[in-house]
Design a binder for this molecule. Structure first.
Ligand SMILES: Cc1cc2nc3c(=O)[nH]c(=O)nc-3n(C[C@H](O)[C@H](O)[C@H](O)COP(=O)(O)O)c2cc1C
Length: 225
């Protein structure tokens, strides 16, 4: 499965099969996380046994306690960490989908049970549930193109594809509080509205948008404001 196909196939999965992530998939994911960490300076960490990370009441109620594994998103405590976490974490989520794993970003997890010592100067932002889903999840409601984009009427194909893929991106409580504006100089402005984890959402939708633009042969500058 290509990364683009993974965008269309991915849905948040909250109920998992009671089996461990197979060795070959775990190894591939660990390798991918290492590459993303080298590029970003983050420390996305695969926790083979998620233990009680998703045991918190809310997460349990959502079924997430069944997730066998987790990715813990550590990163340097600096401005922009949330957005970077979204951007690179989503790269990991789509990779997981490509190799046949299911995922769910989780903001409401059990921090105390994430029994991994954070690398020095780094902090834990989010967790991502990982495993073999009982199913692949299902499509949900989405905002419309006009609600998340602005600019001239005749927008180029790469911008439209970017918007299409951004609407397929996961956002906290499906809030989709983002707006891509095509500026006259051809750059793209990305803004968000206050909401839980909305800065993480911005990184996630930016990753999807750029994937769509690249698919159409463009590599625009996307500037988050
Ligand atoms: C930053 C972030 C935090 C999230 N936190 C939770 C969570 O704590 N519990 C949960 O069940 N889902 C959580 N989700 C999953 C969203 O509810 C889900 O992405 C959204 O409803 C859209 O559905 P989809 O991912 O299937 O497209 C989170 C998603 C994101 C991006």
């Amino acid at each position: 499965m290509t990364e683009l196909e993974a965008v269309y196939a991915r849905h948040s999965v909250r109920r998992y099969q009671p089996v461990a992530v197979p060795n070959d998939k775990a190894e591939a994911l660990i390798e991918k996380l290492a590459a993303l960490n080298r590029e970003s300076g983050l420390s996305l960490t695969f926790l083979r046994d998620a233990g009680d990370v998703f045991g918190r009441l809310m997460a349990r109620a959502m079924g997430l306690a069944s997730a066998p594994s987790a990715i813990l998103c550590f990163g340097p405590d600096r401005p922009g960490l949330e957005e970077e976490t979204g951007f690179y974490g989503e790269a990991a989520v789509l990779f997981a989908q490509q190799i046949g794993l299911n995922t769910c970003w989780v903001g409401m997890y059990n921090r105390k049970s994430a029994l991994v010592i954070p690398p020095k100067g780094q902090r834990l932002t989010l967790a991502i549930a990982v495993g073999l889903g009982q199913d692949g999840g299902k499509p949900r409601n989405s905002k419309k193109t006009e609600q998340v984009s602005a600019g001239p009427d005749d927008k180029p194909a790469w911008f439209k594809k970017g918007i299409e893929l951004s609407l397929l991106a996961p956002t906290a409580i499906n809030q989709q509080k983002f707006l891509f504006t095509l500026r006259e100089d051809g750059t793209v402005e990305l803004s968000g509205q206050e909401g839980p984890f909305y800065r993480v959402d911005l990184g996630i939708v930016k990753y999807h948008f750029l994937l769509g633009a690249r698919e159409m042969g463009a590599s625009p500058d996307v500037i988050t404001v």
